[in-house]
Design a protein around this ligand. Structure first.
Ligand code: SF4
Length: 356
């Protein structure tokens, strides 16, 4: 029930992928923790993120022409869900199973994914005039930047790079005059520009278009110039070099902002985040000294933590861990809680984890 972080062995990052770049730009320390823990998250990945991997695997088989019709699709979809569930059970995440119940609107998502099947006409047209390259690996000459492109579509007079997204592609931005406008997420734009530059390094040609496609097959074009692609590429390389310099000097820095940390699966190992947690009650994590514990007849218990000048209550824990909390005044941090309406009261959830 209680997890511990041993000494962290920071390592230099050998290569970054275009899909990692934006996250690294927002907090390079997160990338260093990811590398130090060999990519093994310290907190559970959401079931939706797991489903996103299934989505990409099935989509890849459609694009490669392995899945040709509805029967192939249904068979492969069920197989991939089963593989995911076996994997989750093996790794102690049985609370995320059955996936079909835990993923919201999975029926709708499956139907949307099915729409990516090419019709017979599309298949025969494509066969004659277009070449599809799915999951194509591209890397820079110095191997510092590399990643797999979801799809490259080559026609006689065009080259299109396509990336598929399961979540929202558009978000709202402030225009500086008090107004709001909607645009493609900047991280996605930079990711595609990086792929474009990698494509150029590999073939001496830039693609003619860059596109993002969502679950409903809606396509969004990303405008670009060759200079922009080069500039993002150079920025990514500089970021990798300065991040690796911090491993050598030990002078780490991080950006513990809610939008960065909320989904960071390395929060328990981040000293910057833990310092923030000591004073910040806006998050779904808490940190403090154990003050008391109370066991109830329904097999549950509540834990009371002293954090700053506050007493925080966390309800709904299984009482199995009672002995650990009883009489202890250890400092612990607890992640993935649900905030109750009353201030400073939280409840444990399926994904709650405790670190000493
Ligand atoms: S918890 Fe926040 S500050 Fe710490 S590594 Fe993760 S994103 Fe960065």
């Amino acid at each position: 029930m209680i997890n511990k972080i041993e000494e962290i062995n920071f390592k230099e990052i050998k290569r970054i992928s275009p899909s990692q770049f934006y996250s690294m730009k927002n907090c390079a320390y997160k990338s260093l923790l990811t590398e130090a823990f060999d990519n093994k998250p310290l907190l559970p990945i959401s079931v939706n993120a797991h489903f996103g991997i299934v989505f990409h695997k099935v989509l890849e088989l459609i694009l490669k022409g392995v899945i040709k019709n509805e029967d192939d699709f249904n068979e492969e979809f069920e197989k991939k869900i089963k593989e995911l569930e076996d994997d989750l059970m093996k790794n102690g995440f049985s609370f995320l199973v059955p996936v079909k119940i835990k993923v919201k609107n999975i029926g709708l998502k499956k139907a949307q994914l099915k729409k990516h099947l090419r019709s017979k006409t599309e298949q025969s047209t494509s066969w004659k005039s277009t070449k599809f390259y799915s999951e194509k690996w591209l890397e820079s000459n110095d191997k510092l930047i590399g990643g797999k492109v979801d799809l490259i579509i080559k026609k006689s007079n065009s080259i299109e790079i396509v990336d598929f997204k399961t979540g929202a592609i558009i978000e709202d931005y402030l225009d500086g005059k008090g107004g709001v406008f909607a645009d493609i997420k900047s991280g996605y734009k930079e990711q595609l520009k990086l792929y474009a530059y990698l494509y150029f390094e590999n073939t001496s040609k830039f693609p003619t278009s860059l596109s993002l496609v969502n679950l409903t097959k809606q396509k969004f074009s990303v405008e670009f110039t060759e200079e922009e692609c080069k500039s993002v590429f150079e920025e990514a390389k500089r970021l990798l070099i300065t991040t690796n310099d911090s491993v050598r000097t030990g002078a780490f820095s991080a950006t513990p902002k809610e939008e960065n940390c909320k989904y960071c699966l390395f929060r328990p190992a981040c000293s910057f985040f833990l310092r923030k947690l000591e004073k910040d009650f806006s998050l779904n994590d808490v940190m403090g000294e154990i003050k008391d514990v109370k066991k109830f007849k329904n097999g549950k218990m509540s834990v009371f933590l002293h954090t700053g000048k506050r007493l925080v209550t966390i309800k709904n824990f299984n009482a199995d861990g009672f002995d650990y909390f009883m009489g202890s005044n250890k400092k612990i941090s607890i992640y993935n809680l649900r905030k109750e309406v009353a201030e400073f009261i939280y409840s444990a959830t399926d994904t709650t984890m405790i670190y000493e």
